[in-house]
Write a protein that binds this ligand. Structure first.
Ligand code: ADP
Ligand code: MG
Length: 824
């Protein structure tokens, strides 16, 4: 069976490490897909478990010189561990390098009496350097180990280059040490290996520190993930670990508390801050039946919520995972760079040896040949190539997520930067989707309220935003709806079913037959851009409902901005052609298509794509799924509190269409940043390698000190990290134009009368008593409408069946006395 696994690997440092692990694993049968991410230090592997098991995969990775990290710590904890480890290693190497470098420098100052002492104690002087250099190398043993193993495995990486440099200098220095015995003088390079390790380890440490900055937004999100929740059990509130909470549990949320999990409010009202998810700063007032997102903040108010997702499935976890997902899929541009990187290290090894041989043959100077070749090994910087793409991507995702744009696919930036055309769904995308009902017409057999009753009841089974508006209208008119039966949904047309033994259909004129006279009558509304829904009861058209939607505040601006970028705009809707035309004229889009069923929408997209265009489709995610799936970049609006992550490539959580424009601009910036990083990484290597090979010597008449090579190499990867960080300062230029979210609709069916009862209670003497008793009753799901200590009276609403005895027992448990209860 095909399975997926993620393996954390400790010592991945450069693009070649990733490619090496990918190659080695691919040599095994049963691995179907693999991607190793450099910044996450993680391998994402798909494999067939009947051919290969996890142990074998782990062993293959370890045999190649990499350390599988079984600690299953979170990504950020591993990042912190890595920084700490690099810091420790640097301090250790530093501690032993300083005396070594100091000793070896003594000679260079040419102070007579010191040189005299050295001359007399030559063996001791160099031997002490030998010992210190080995301690330094031992401190940096991970580098050497990985370098040697990857050389043995014939998949050299960055560590291999450093290792070759160190082996070169150590071997030759030991040779010189032996030469003292034979009274021959050859140069020593013990301090060279120490300096290479010192600067490389300092560089790695700084790089890891700055890299962590790129991830700080993820850290903030992870910090939002609460650990504990207050579980409500029979009258008691118990603090529990979040993992112990299951779907359906009731949680108590205090003021100022971060909401632990996604849930539905069952009691109370509160002001909620969802800005971490939506990028909008205004707080939302939420009440019973509204959804709350785990990780949002309860500013003020007490709530009881019913949990609707577990910790691993919560919106917050999905956002965090989606960011890891982006890094687990290599974008196209990185695949191209990887192809070149695969040749990089073997070419450098070849060049290093060529340098050595050529200088030995033509320069006739062993010292020069050795130093130049060591510098070539050390100066080459494959890490910059490996970091160029992922860090800019993460910075881009960071900027976008702060502004209420969630990105699920690593190719989004590249595709959007080359975008030719944006196709908009109309209803709920360009328009607000909060329909106003402007006309209700009955053809005579039914009262208007009856038509509404049938329409509203049947729409309770639809997810369409039209349905929400009709139900809302019925709610406001206090029309009690009934649960429909035998529902059939016709996407892009309407809905059919049974309500109170009548067969009901509601939808457009493609769905419901209408005669010429009705057509003429309703065409007037269509010409005004309104939508007409026909209602059929028991196979007879009995009336129609005219609804009108308003454009989103940001719609006109967005189309204008896209035009400035020379991007085509098209409206694609299932609604009438007239309505499409009206909106298209108002917005001045390039083209429009009306009365299109989902399959037609697909054909139109295919035609546009056949022209070789890159297209983005913007929809509200429900009825546009086929078109969204087909487009190059699918963008969906996340209306209400439902943040549908993973549904499309991009999810706009802030309902401001201008963010489509902002995202395109950001994508261009991200791609520019990536290209600049790649350009820098290549030109750095192309320029400095010849420099190390001998150009430096030819200009300055002395060889390039490998210490400078190590510094240059470290700086070059730090430069890439810093350039990516620059992206994080990007600000969106448009002024926010936000629409109200569509409120979740409360559906209540007419199950019978809502009961009100009046209870007489003795013993209350003040306002505090009222408060206390109310709290007790509500803790037992008895909703108190009013309470008065002076009248000794409590009025309650009973939506569910609660017996008088139960109410009596609840009151008797308090300090007050139950006297009587009656229906009112
Ligand atoms: P759009 O493409 O603009 O989002 P849809 O394809 O969802 O529109 O719907 C097209 C038309 O089908 C609507 O304008 C409406 O007339 C009809 N329709 C779809 N679903 C329903 C429904 N649940 N109730 C009534 N009419 C519906
Ligand atoms: Mg729509």
């Amino acid at each position: 069976m095909n399975k997926k696994t993620e393996i954390d690997i400790k010592n991945i440092h450069c693009a070649s490490c990733c490619i090496t692990i990918e190659k080695i694993l691919q040599e095994n049968k049963g691995i179907t897909n693999i991607n190793v991410s450099l910044p996450l230090k993680k391998a994402f592997i798909s494999y067939d478990d009947s051919i290969i098991d996890i142990d074998k995969i782990d062993r293959t990775i370890e045999n190649a010189g990499y350390v599988v990290d079984k600690n299953s710590k979170s990504f950020l904890e591993r990042k912190d561990d890595e920084v700490n480890e690099l810091k420790k290693r640097f301090i250790l190497i530093f501690t032993f390098s300083v005396p070594l470098i100091t000793i070896s420098m003594l000679e260079m100052f040419h102070i007579h009496f010191i040189n005299k002492i050295i001359e007399n104690n030559k063996l001791f002087y160099y031997f002490s350097q030998f010992i210190l250099s080995f301690i330094v190398i031992y401190s940096g043993k991970q580098v050497i180990k990985s370098g040697v193993l990857s050389l043995i495995n014939k998949h050299p990486n960055m560590d291999s280059l450093i290792t070759i440099g160190i082996i070169f200098s150590q071997t030759f220095s030991i040779y010189s040490l032996i030469n003292i015995y034979f009274n021959k003088t050859t140069p020593f390079y013990f301090e060279t290996s120490a300096m290479i390790l010192l600067f490389i380890s300092l560089g790695k440490y700084i790089e890891a520190l700055t890299q962590n900055k790129t991830f700080d937004f993820l850290e903030k999100l992870i910090k939002l993930k609460p650990i504990k929740a207050n579980l409500v059990t029979n009258n008691e509130i118990i603090e529990k670990n979040i993992e112990e909470i299951s779907i359906g549990d009731i949680l108590f949320i205090k003021s100022g508390e971060i909401i632990p999990l996604d849930g539905l409010i069952i009691e109370g009202e509160a002001s909620i801050d969802e800005s971490k998810f939506t990028g909008e700063i205004n707080y939302k007032d939420k009440k019973v039946n509204d959804k709350v997102i785990g990780g949002s903040l309860n500013i003020e108010g007490l709530l009881k919520i019913q949990v609707i997702s577990t910790s691993n499935n919560s919106t917050l976890s999905k956002i965090i995972n989606s960011i890891e997902n982006i890094l687990s899929n290599k974008p196209q541009i990185q695949k191209k760079v990887d192809k070149i990187s695969a040749f990089f290290i073997p070419v450098i090894i070849f060049l290093g040896f060529i340098t050595f041989i050529v200088w030995l043959m033509f320069g006739n100077d062993f010292n020069l040949a050795l130093i130049n070749s060591i510098s070539v090994f050390v100066i080459a910087c494959p890490c910059a190539l490996g970091l160029a793409t992922p860090l800019s991507l993460i910075a881009g995702v960071n900027v976008a997520s702060k502004e209420g744009i969630l990105i699920n696919n690593s190719d989004v930036f590249e595709l959007l930067s080359k975008l030719n055309s944006v196709i908009f769904d109309k209803t709920g995308t360009l328009t607000k989707g909060t329909f106003e009902i402007t006309t209700i017409k009955s053809f005579g057999n039914y009262m208007v309220d009856e038509l509404l009753f049938f329409a509203g009841s049947i729409e309770t089974s639809s997810e369409h935003i039209i349905a929400k508006s009709i139900i809302n209208y019925c709610n406001n008119k206090k029309i009690q709806l009934k649960q429909p039966k035998n529902i059939e949904i016709f996407i892009g047309k309407g809905i059919k079913g049974e309500v109170a033994s009548s067969r009901i259909s509601i939808g457009n004129n493609k769905f419901i037959k209408i005669d010429e006279k009705i057509k003429e009558e309703t065409d007037i509304f269509l010409n005004e851009g309104k939508t007409v829904l026909f209602l059929e009861i028991d196979n007879k058209t009995e009336g129609y409902i005219v609804i009108e939607d308003k454009l989103r505040n940001s719609a006109i601006n967005t189309i204008n901005l896209l035009k400035q970028l020379n991007i085509g705009t098209t409206i694609l809707t299932g609604d009438s052609c007239n309505s499409a035309k009206k909106i298209a004229t108002e917005l001045k889009t390039d083209s429009f298509f009306g009365e299109k069923l989902p399959e037609d929408k697909l054909t139109i997209l295919k035609n546009i794509k056949n022209e070789g265009k890159i297209i983005a489709m913007v929809g509200d995610g429900v009825n546009d799924s086929i078109a969204l799936a087909f487009s190059d970049v699918s963008i969906s609006l996340s209306t209400g509190s439902d943040i549908a992550i993973g549904a499309s490539d991009v999810v706009l959580t802030k309902i401001d269409l201008q963010n489509i424009y902002n995202l395109i601009i950001l994508s261009k910036k991200v791609m520019k940043n990536i290209k600049f990083n790649i350009f820098w990484a290549f030109s750095y290597n192309i320029l400095l390698i010849p420099f190390a090979m001998g150009l430096y010597y030819l200009i300055f008449n002395k060889p390039l000190n490998p210490m400078w090579a190590a510094i240059a190499m470290s700086l070059s990867s730090i430069f890439v990290v810093l350039n990516s960080l620059l992206l994080k300062t990007t600000k969106f230029k448009t002024k926010p134009m936000i629409d109200e979210h569509i409120k979740d609709v409360k559906i209540t069916f007419n199950k019978g009368k809502i009961m009100k009862k009046e209870i007489s209670v003795d013993g209350m003497s003040c306002k505090m008593c009222e408060k206390h008793l109310k709290k007790e009753l509500e803790a037992n799901n008895i909703k108190v409408e009013s309470i008065s200590f002076s009248e000794k009276k409590v009025i309650i609403d009973l939506n569910s069946e609660i017996s008088d005895d139960f109410i009596k027992s609840v009151i008797d448990e308090t300090d007050y006395k139950f006297i009587s209860i009656k229906d009112i």
